[in-house]
Design a protein around this ligand. Structure first.
Ligand code: XIL
Length: 343
């Protein structure tokens, strides 16, 4: 049976249990309810933790020195993902020469503050160092395997979930014609997952993509790949839905789409959430996405792609939960309510 073919420790439960054993852990998550009472949590992380989920943010280590940035992160979020510093160009600028300084800083910050860590991303067509872009055939394949071994090996045991492969599909559900696809061939994605499994057997291994915010040709293609991987025992545990959205994005089948992947026997995670817009339209879209995750038991957590609109990669779209002055937006309240109403 596909869903039982992989037996991995549940990092999510391990993390929740660890956070729950001390009163310091409870205070850190902002979860102040007494046993038996139904007290709504008052931070994103604490509200998500009530149903065993995480609520994370993409972080840049060079901003941690800004008081409001670190303060908001530490108060509201209980998971971190590197916005850029764990990508191939940052971690292996020259072949075989690794630089883990930025990633190590984020992992330390997470560990010191009781947060889990998502790894992003081992293999992607973008943000490759120059030396990778010129490689061909088996030389590129070996470089990819060595990269995964180096990075996932370095962080082994410290990463809850890895985005092993990022953005490998086209809108029509076919494989993206990247250098990886063209030089290595169809097998490159499963090669990457096997290498990640060998390097960090405890991490939840995810395939991550955008434009998969409903049942559509692209998510259909990914669905078929996951189905095939599970049937053949390729180690995949999770699908990440980036969810770079706008207030008017069609979310009519968002939840159904998460559910169909969960039903295949993988976890689902919302990995790079940001929603352009403002006011109630933005808040409603955030609410819909959050409600979809909490309605799907295998939706294990949500990450927003940044903390404040001030540093968003889509800054002009004001897509995050905190404005440029770190004030909570209407969307924040909608998300908190949706998390607190999780079954
Ligand atoms: C973006 C970062 O936010 C930017 O700072 C960087 O310049 C480009 O990459 N999909 C992904 C993320 O998987 O890694 C991208 O992050 C956003 C789109």
């Amino acid at each position: 049976m596909p869903s039982t073919s992989r037996v991995r420790p549940s990092r999510r439960l391990a993390w929740s249990a660890a956070a729950a054993v001390t009163s310091a852990g409870l205070a850190a998550t902002g979860l102040l309810a007494f046993p038996g009472s139904a007290h709504a949590a008052d931070t994103l992380g604490a509200a998500a933790a009530e149903s065993g989920r995480y609520y994370g943010a993409a972080v840049a280590p060079h901003l941690l020195g800004e008081g409001d940035y670190a303060g908001t992160l530490n108060r509201e979020f209980n998971s971190i993902v590197a916005e850029n510093v764990m990508k191939w160009d940052a971690t292996e600028p020259n072949r075989g020469q690794f630089n883990f300084s930025g990633g190590d800083q984020l992992v330390s910050h997470a560990q010191n503050n009781g947060m889990s860590v998502r790894g992003h991303t081992l293999v992607w067509h973008a943000q490759q160092p120059g030396w990778v872009q010129g490689l061909t055939g088996n030389n590129l394949r070996q470089a990819m395997l060595d990269h995964i071994d180096g990075v996932a090996g370095h962080y082994a045991g410290k990463i809850d979930s890895w985005d092993v492969v990022n953005e490998a599909f086209e809108w029509d559900g076919s494989r993206r014609q990247s250098n990886l696809q063209q030089q290595i061939g169809n097998g490159w994605i499963e090669d990457a997952f096997r290498a990640a499994d060998a390097a960090d057997p405890g991490a939840t291994l995810c395939y991550n993509d955008y434009g998969t915010d409903g049942v559509n040709a692209k998510s259909d293609g990914i669905y078929r790949m996951v189905q095939d991987f599970l049937a053949r025992g390729v180690p995949i545990d999770c699908v990440g839905f980036q969810s770079h959205l706008d207030s008017n994005s069609d979310l009519g089948s968002y939840r159904q789409n998460l559910q169909r992947f969960a039903d295949l026997g993988v976890d689902v995670q919302i990995t790079e959430l940001d929603i352009g817009g403002s006011g109630s339209a933005q808040a409603n879209a955030y609410r819909t996405v959050t409600e979809a995750c909490v309605a799907v038991s295998r939706c294990t957590g949500i990450t927003t792609w940044g903390i404040t609109d001030k540093y968003s990669w889509r800054g002009q779209d004001t897509p995050l939960l905190f404005d440029g002055n770190y004030q909570k937006k209407q969307a924040y309240t909608a998300v908190l309510e949706a998390l607190n109403s999780a079954p």
